[in-house]
Design a protein around this ligand. Structure first.
Ligand code: PDD
Length: 281
């Protein structure tokens, strides 16, 4: 596989990043995951806009223009012959050559830019979309700026491990009694026919898939309510689902062992997935 590191396309075995990189020492970096379907990038523009925002919130600048970034994405899709899969992009504050809590001078320390691809044949036809996923609830112990897509993924990673141990697929995180989001996705329920999902704030990541799905839902005359909900309300909902660049729209059929509806993926969730994939392709 060919990867991109700081201006160079290299075989993955030759790609190198300094041990003093701020992301390695301090999780001082941000990332994006963009999906590829049929060789086409899904929502590149949205991911580029969010990247610029994440960087800006951490006093960093875009390492290159959006056009140049798009070209790197396209080049990797071509070189690695990705039909269906994901592109991972990470920008860090770079490697100042020593460990220091203070940010290095951006004039002397260049950001580290890394991109690699992950081939996932049949990504859009995942059999899991037919059966749905089971989630458990856990406390949201992450920091308070979840709107910034940083590489601090230890707690989400622990959440997935807790889910796996409990025989589930993912965890929904709860703060002050209300669901924030999944470990790597946004969370939704359908109640009284309305799509309910937490409103945007610094408490959750502003999902690119979320924005698209809500837009398509409104266009299809489905009602949307942006507000938080409890695990109990979710357990009694008609349907539940998650969205992300890697899962698109994925039904949730069980929360903390309680079946949602009849325990099968809901019809409106299936419809939303279909609309999202149709419109994105
Ligand atoms: N995760 N919330 C969190 C905490 C996320 O990490 C993600 C994305 C989302 C959904 O955002 P989007 O629709 O823009 O992918 C919500 C990516 C896919 C990941 O970490 O692999």
């Amino acid at each position: 596989r060919t990867v991109y590191v700081n201006g160079e396309y290299l075989p993955e075995t030759e790609a190198k990043v300094s041990i003093f990189d701020r992301a390695f020492l301090m999780a001082d970096g941000v990332y994006e995951v963009t999906s590829v379907l049929g060789g086409k990038l899904i929502d590149f523009e949205g991911h580029a806009v969010r990247l610029e925002r994440s960087l800006g919130e951490l006093d960093m600048k875009m390492p290159m223009s959006r056009e140049a970034l798009l070209e790197v994405h396209r080049e990797l899709v071509r070189t690695n012959e990705i039909t269906d899969g994901l592109i991972y992009l990470q920008v860090t504050r770079g490697a100042p050559g020593d460990r220091d809590f203070l940010f290095p001078d951006p004039e002397t320390t260049e950001p580290t830019v890394v991109l690699f691809t992950q081939s996932k044949p049949g990504l859009a036809n995942s059999p899991v979309a037919k059966t749905g996923i089971r989630v458990i609830s856990i406390d949201d112990l992450r920091w308070g700026r979840r709107d910034i897509k940083t590489v601090q993924l230890l707690y989400p990673s622990m959440g997935k491990m807790m889910a796996q141990k409990a025989g589930a697929d993912d965890a929904w995180m709860v703060m002050d009694g209300k669901v924030t989001e999944g470990t790597s996705n946004n969370a939704y329920i359908i109640k009284d026919g309305k799509i309910v999902t937490r409103e945007l704030s610094t408490d959750i990541l502003h999902g690119i898939t979320r924005a698209a799905v809500l837009r398509f839902a409104r266009e299809a005359q489905m009602e949307v309510e942006e507000r938080s909900f409890t695990i109990e309300e979710a357990q009694q909902a008609e349907e539940a689902f998650i969205t992300s660049a890697s899962s698109f729209v994925m039904p949730v059929v069980q929360i903390d062992g309680t079946k949602i509806g009849d325990g099968k993926p809901g019809a409106r969730t299936a419809r939303l997935r279909e609309i999202y994939l149709d419109e994105s392709l």
